[in-house]
Design a protein around this ligand. Structure first.
Ligand SMILES: [Zn+2]
Length: 73
């Protein structure tokens, strides 16, 4: 059974229920797909979590950037 998670975009910050050992509970989304890539803002460690695991650990989404601006030229 798939647990829904809020829509995420690359670059948005999420807060997890449990803080990382470095003391930060805030992560930046670095990859979207079957697994979600997160980078800890405290120590820079990168992890991959399945959507189900993330749904259980996610506390809240701190910021959502609606568009990722790339060079449009
Ligand atoms: Zn950390």
């Amino acid at each position: 059974m798939t647990v829904p998670i809020p829509p995420l975009t690359i670059g948005c910050q999420v807060q997890l229920r449990k803080a990382h050992p470095c003391g930060s509970a805030v992560w930046v989304v670095t990859r979207l797909g079957a697994d979600i890539g997160l980078r800890c803002v405290g120590c820079g460690r990168q992890v991959l979590l399945s959507r189900n695991v993330l749904a259980k650990r996610l506390k809240r989404v701190l910021s959502v950037e609606k568009t990722i601006q790339k060079d449009s030229e």
